[in-house]
Design a protein around this ligand. Structure first.
Ligand code: 13P
Length: 252
């Protein structure tokens, strides 16, 4: 099955689900969601829960895994960090890079986001680069400018072939965890801008790059978001830690 079977349905568990809770989640989810080859399902558990989840989904080759963050550094004295090499060795295929919570709660800079993308690619993993504007930026009419700046700086250390293999998640900050979802039209508008910018960089091959939407996605609004032009996947937080809702989103 292609990594890029679309839609791409990705669960960002954030700092939720202990090992025991993840195990209960998987009991419920794997029972409810049968393998489908017309979509990609990706789980992003916390690093401490990763190995348990990996072992548990091992018989399910339709479910792929990623980590939520890696260090900008290759290895060494960086207490508390996890490296891209560790993620690759542990069985991850994807890494979230530049999530707005990393940017805003941990002060991650554009340069660090670019370094992480490069580090991730160097270890054969696929970065899922997250971009998105704040409410203030949207109200000032700066959405496209902000998103394109984050996109261009995020991929600035990648060569053309690597850019073709990434995934992008557009997550407006005002829609994350707020219950305020972007309309399908809002999402499409920004995805079109991103697609055009990618086409300017890698040409026709930009079509190969899945563009996901994230921000207050749930089982009720998932279908209409996925039906919007240029929305080829969803990156889901809160609703992805509820196995019933997540199975509904994946199975719809
Ligand atoms: P919510 O789905 O909880 O709004 O989170 C979205 C998100 O940040 C996924 O990365």
């Amino acid at each position: 099955m292609s990594v890029h079977s679309r839609p791409v349905l990705a669960a960002n568990w954030k700092m939720n689900l202990t090992p025991a809770e993840a195990s209960s989640f998987l009991d419920a989810f794997l029972n409810r969601y049968a393998p489908r080859d017309d979509r990609s399902v990706i789980l992003f558990p916390s690093a401490l829960v990763f190995a348990g989840v990996r072992d548990r989904v091992q018989p399910r080759s339709d479910i792929r895994l990623g980590v939520q963050n890696v260090s900008t550094e290759e290895k060494g004295a960086f207490t508390g960090e996890n490296s891209a090499a560790m993620a690759a060795g542990a069985g991850a295929s994807f890494v979230l890079v530049g999530h707005s919570e990393r940017r805003h709660a941990f002060g991650e800079t554009d340069v660090q986001v670019a370094q992480k993308c490069a580090r991730v690619v160097a270890h054969g993993l696929v970065p899922m680069l997250c971009v998105g504007e704040t409410i203030e930026q949207r109200e000032r009419g700066e959405t496209a400018e902000v998103v394109l700046h984050q996109l261009r700086t995020g991929i600035s250390m990648l060569d053309r072939a690597a850019v073709r293999d990434i995934m992008i998640a557009y997550e407006p900050v005002w829609a994350i965890g707020t219950g305020r979802t972007a309309t399908p039209g809002d999402a499409s508008d920004v995805h079109l801008v991103i697609r055009a910018a990618l086409a300017g960089i890698v040409g026709e091959e930009a079509r190969a790059i899945p563009l996901l939407y994230g921000g207050s996605v749930n089982a009720k609004n998932a279908a209409e978001l996925l039906a919007a032009p240029e929305v080829e996947g969803l990156l889901v937080g809160g609703a992805s830690i509820d196995p019933v809702q997540w199975a509904e989103i994946c199975g719809r």
